[in-house]
Ligand binder design. Structure first.
Ligand code: SF4
Length: 344
């Protein structure tokens, strides 16, 4: 199936429009096992390690089924990287989706126009028609997926699914055909609902921070004795906490959905992100919060002092770690995680 790749430092891609265009939206994710060489020729040394990794993969050659990419307005790294992609990657369709920074009524009107422009560009480039009926159909499907992910996420909290297994499922949904993804989620839910909880002597953690797409990192946390009962990650709850309103005009509904979901550090006012974290901490009664910054991830680095102060005021144990995008760096940071596990 023909695919459109998504470059997103958050979870703001209008997947339903891509689906209505007859393409499979597939989020581009990093690969922590590759060496970075070519990308270094295009970006400065302090460019985010994750975004650099995506660029390296693209220069080396993406999946042949990917006919275009849509880069979502996010952090400065991915925004500036789009120009580099235009210069060195050859694809039929390359579009920068200007998801607004703010969330007021002006931003809403801007975003609706922006989504209409994306539809127009896709229609012209691929000689197709993207109808509102097709978008509504796609919304129904992604809403079912979000509902299933919410149910599965709650099973994390009941110790019926490991956080690493859940993480794999969210990644699968963001990269695979949505009809297949829904079937996999439904089957998994049936299977888990017949299981007994596993040992729950692990520390209950809320995980936050940069994009975390390497499931080996979640397994690394599990091996130390943590269980991620909740997160506010883009490969996590920010992808499924809310549904798109099916009673509205579908384009307006998509804009509203993305502007009302829990805010990320790349948007304004970014510090409001703490409010969602605070609410999740009390709802899930976590033992502590782990905030991970991919190396040179400015949005998370800027948020950290504020988060640290607020969690201290609340008396919630909080650990901040900056990691490189390779598995050796997890091991190097292990003493910090182990020490945190001992104090909570
Ligand atoms: S990890 Fe941080 S700097 Fe890197 S793409 Fe994501 S938000 Fe941007």
């Amino acid at each position: 199936m023909k695919k459109i790749g998504i470059i997103d430092s958050g979870a703001c891609a209008p997947e339903e429009i891509i689906m209505a265009a007859g393409f499979m939206p597939t989020r581009l994710l990093g690969d922590p096992t590759i060496n970075i060489t070519h990308a270094n020729e295009h970006v400065p040394p302090n460019h985010c390690v994750w975004a650099r990794n995506l660029l390296e993969q693209a220069i080396n050659g993406l999946d042949k089924d990917i006919k275009g990419i849509i880069s979502i307005h996010g952090c400065d790294c991915t925004n500036r990287e789009f120009d580099i992609w235009l210069e060195c990657i050859d694809l039929d369709f390359m579009y920068f989706s200007n998801v607004p920074l703010k969330r007021d009524h002006v931003a809403f009107r801007f975003f609706v126009d922006e989504l209409k422009e994306l539809i127009k560009q896709l229609e012209e480039k691929f000689d197709i028609k993207i109808t509102k009926d097709k978008i509504s159909e796609a919304i129904k499907l992604t809403n079912k997926i979000r509902a299933n992910l919410r149910e599965l996420s709650e099973l994390r909290n009941k110790f019926l699914i490991k956080s690493s297994e859940f993480h794999e499922l969210v990644k699968m949904v963001q990269q695979e055909d949505k009809n297949n993804a829904l079937k996999i989620l439904e089957t998994k839910l049936q299977e888990l609902n017949q299981k007994e909880p596993f040992s729950n002597n692990q520390k209950k953690i809320l995980l936050t921070g940069s994009v975390i797409d390497d499931t080996e990192f979640i397994k690394f946390l599990e091996n130390i004795g943590f269980h991620v009962v909740m997160d506010d990650l883009c490969i996590g709850s920010r992808y499924f906490l809310n549904n798109i309103d099916e009673s509205l005009d579908p384009i307006k509904a998509i804009a509203k959905y993305h502007l009302e979901k829990p805010i990320y550090s790349t948007k304004i006012p970014s510090l409001e992100r703490f409010n969602n974290l605070r609410d999740l901490c009390s709802k899930y009664k976590v033992d502590g919060v782990i905030n991970i910054a991919q190396k040179f991830c400015e949005p998370i680095l800027y948020d950290h002092p504020f988060m640290s102060k607020k969690f201290k005021e609340m008396g919630i144990p909080y650990l901040f770690v900056e990691i490189d995008y390779n598995r050796e760096s997890y091991k190097q940071a292990s003493t910090r995680f182990e020490a945190f596990s001992e104090i909570i």
